[in-house]
Design a protein around this ligand. Structure first.
Ligand code: ASP
Length: 453
């Protein structure tokens, strides 16, 4: 059997839902359908999840969220109308939203999650109602009944291990199961969501729990591209890549699949197939355990902006026991997570996502490192982009780093830092954000363009 997940753009209108229905019923193996909330119908449109966040924010500021709530209901109502589904379901959705909006707000983050989760929860009810209206045996599954238990971290929930055995009993249910993505329940019975785009995670958890043969993830592109199409025109499509390659790529800006969504499928050895709802006959991209990696060292190039680095130098740092721990300890005190720590004999850089820094924090951290660690120099560098060059083939190809750095030098890109993970599946280059596009193009030309002609 297959677990099939549809993203927001695949469920944004009645027309899209018709495609989803055809895809599901065309293959009897497609038994579990995981849905996102309705997404954008056109580029300036608003996602239902974003509307719900605005509703929650207004309510928390004691303002009337009615206009936004009506806009959410209107999105579902339009879909129901397009598909001629009974309006009872819309009444049910409206009542549910009102109930959530008037619930306890003493814990604002929990309230926010309760509102956000309604996007997928109500959409799953709508999709199940639509399938039933087409004469198909389909039912909505409540994640609470099914036992999808998560940690109580608002907006960043993690699946609890006991979920897997509980969810396995979904096997006993008949017909097509429509499961809402993006959220689960804490042991105390409260709703908590995964991080944004987390419906991908739900699909992967279900694929693992039910030991599916395949996890199909339907989105709005034909394949995962070797590089972001907004940076390089018409890049090569990737037919097959490994879990490790995908994990590295999605970490640094490949938004096709949530970067936490691979692990559950990977652990159970279930292949993932990224496919296009608007072109279901295209083979898409398969993410597998192992692939033939003899055709070149690099499979993809990813890049992401919004990083900063803290450069710390101190003479004889290499001899000082505990220096790294103390440095990271200071960051921990400020609640900061770090991404990489390239280091030399007398210096170390810590790379962080810039959006974690609250106003005034930078000066405070600098002062602490200078005084607590007696550092000679502490310097923040802002607006950095990280570029990941990824490929399992790197392990067996000599000179990939030389090729990459030569290509960057030729394009006159100044490399701020280099890091190669010990797994040898990726190389990371830190460059100034303003040079990102040029750098990516140069690397793409080096590793792909020449191969294509
Ligand atoms: N609807 C949620 C979001 O926009 C989750 C998802 O679509 O996967 O982030």
């Amino acid at each position: 059997m297959k677990v099939v997940k549809f993203g927001g753009s695949s469920l944004a209108s009645g027309k899209q839902l018709e495609k989803v229905f055809q895809i599901v019923v065309s293959d009897p193996e497609r038994k579990v359908v995981v849905v996102s909330a309705p997404g954008k119908r056109f580029s300036e449109d608003e996602k239902v999840t974003d509307l719900l966040i605005e509703c929650a924010e207004l309510s928390l500021q004691n303002q009337d969220p009615k206009e936004k709530l009506d806009a959410v209901v209107a999105r579902y109502a339009l879909i129901a109308e397009e598909l001629a589904i009974s309006s009872d379901i819309i009444q049910e959705i409206e009542n549910d939203l009102k109930r959530r909006a008037s619930s306890d707000k003493s814990n604002p983050e929990r309230f926010m999650d309760l509102m956000k989760a309604s996007g997928e929860d109500n959409n799953a009810k709508l999709v199940a109602a639509y399938f039933q209206s087409q004469g198909v045996d389909a039912s909505y599954v409540d994640p609470k009944d099914a036992g999808l238990l998560v940690s109580d971290e608002p907006g960043n929930a993690q699946t609890l291990p006991e979920s897997y055995t509980k969810l396995a009993s979904l096997h006993d249910r008949r017909g097509i199961l429509v499961f809402p993505g993006f959220f689960g329940y804490s042991k105390e019975g409260d709703v908590f969501t995964f991080s944004r785009s987390g419906s991908d995670i739900t699909g992967s958890i279900l694929a693992n729990a039910l030991k599916a043969d395949l996890y199909e993830n339907f989105t709005d592109v034909d394949a995962v591209y070797s590089v972001n199409p907004s940076l390089v025109s018409r890049p090569k499509e990737i037919k097959e890549l490994t879990y490790r390659e995908m994990r590295e790529l999605s970490y640094a800006g490949f938004s096709v699949l949530h970067d936490e969504a691979l692990v559950p499928a990977f652990r159970a050895g279930i292949p993932v197939n990224i496919k296009n709802t608007n072109n279901p006959s295209a083979p898409g991209t398969r993410i597998v355990y192992e692939r033939d990696n003899t055709n070149g060292p690099v499979i993809g190039i990813a890049s992401d902006e919004g990083f900063c680095s803290i450069y710390v130098s101190k003479y004889l740092m290499n001899r000082e026991v505990g220096f790294g721990r103390k440095l990271l300890g200071i960051l921990e005190e400020f609640g900061l997570s770090y991404e990489h720590t390239p280091s030399g004999i007398d210096d170390i850089s810590v790379i962080l996502r810039e959006n974690q820094l609250a106003p005034g924090m930078e000066e405070e951290i600098k002062r602490r490192i200078e005084t607590d660690l007696n550092a000679d120099l502490v310097k923040f560098e802002h607006s950095l982009a990280l570029i990941m060059v990824v490929g399992e083939g790197m392990r067996r190809n000599v000179g990939t780093m030389a090729r990459a750095s030569k290509a960057l030098a030729k394009a006159k890109v100044n490399i701020e830092m280099i890091n190669q993970g010990s797994s040898e599946v990726s190389m990371m280059f830190g460059v100034k954000e303003v040079e990102e596009k040029r750098a990516v193009q140069a690397l793409y030309d080096e590793f792909f363009a020449a191969v294509m002609v």
